[in-house]
Design a protein around this ligand. Structure first.
Ligand code: 4GM
Length: 245
């Protein structure tokens, strides 16, 4: 998969995406990232990329011309039109299912906005979908784009040590994770739950499933409606609900 990123601040990405797991995936050429400075595509002698909004109002709007030119250059280099995503607070909220969908594209282009927004004709003519990482406003789309790139790239086969599909498509899917512990067994008087030290794998699996269900019920009951629950899960859930009365 290749991801092209259109931004006014390409330097913002470097420190974040060259690190750790994504950095290794880049080295192994499992993914390719290319950053494009929108300003480089401005046909204005002052490299201007924004202007005042028609009809008046506060702030500046990103102009069509540099963005159209950048997309044209990317498409020409790829030999086809990539799937184009605009990061924006007006988009559909990003989630794991969207990350999985994006990870199947050969060519993805992510457009980061700035200022008070982007000329709507960019949306109409170029953008395939608008994505938001949550209901809040950022000064630019870059931080949102980094979250999308990270969540998408870790799903590409070979990027994680263990295949993400192994943990994420397994039965824990759709529920919150159970609590985890590592050494030492007691830290500042706080012990690790005894069952995890017992070596009894069947009981450990049961305990973890119970903890996942409990957390999901307590913190994100909305997720339970979408998750696939077994008879045993429903029995455990009834017990959890009974206990918190
Ligand atoms: C307006 C239009 C994304 C503002 C396009 C971007 C929040 C998110 C911006 C833009 C952003 C988000 C820049 N703020 N919630 N600001 O994903 O890219």
């Amino acid at each position: 998969m290749k991801i092209d990123i259109l931004t006014l601040f390409p330097e913002m990405f470097e420190a974040v995406l060259k690190e750790s797991i994504i950095g290794r995936a880049l080295e192994k050429q499992l993914i390719e990232l290319e950053f494009h400075n929108i300003r480089d595509y401005s046909d204005n002698k002052h490299r201007k990329v924004d202007d005042y909004p028609y009809g008046g109002g506060l702030g500046m709007i990103m102009q069509c011309q540099p963005i159209f030119a950048a997309v044209e250059a990317i498409s020409a280099k790829l030999g086809e039109k990539p799937h184009i995503v605009l990061m924006s607070p007006q988009g559909r909220t990003f989630d794991q299912a969207k990350a999985e969908e994006l990870s199947t594209h050969k060519y993805l282009t992510i457009l980061c906005g700035h200022y008070e927004g982007i000329d709507e004709r960019v949306n109409e003519a170029l953008v395939d979908e608008e994505i938001s990482i949550g209901d809040f406003v950022l000064t630019g789309g870059e931080i949102a784009a980094m979250a999308v790139v990270d969540a998408t790239c870790r799903l590409i086969p070979g990027v994680l040590k263990e295949d993400a599909s192994y943990t994420e498509e397994s039965f824990n899917r759709g529920l919150l994770e159970y609590p985890q512990y590592t050494r030492p067994p007691v830290f500042m008087g706080m012990p690790v739950p005894e069952i995890l030290l017992s070596g009894h794998h069947e009981n450990i699996e049961k305990w973890r499933r119970y903890q996942s269900l409990k957390r999901t019920w307590e913190r994100r009951p909305d997720l339970l409606a979408e998750s696939e629950l077994s008879e045993e899960d429903r029995r455990l859930l009834d017990k959890i609900k009974e206990e918190c009365k």
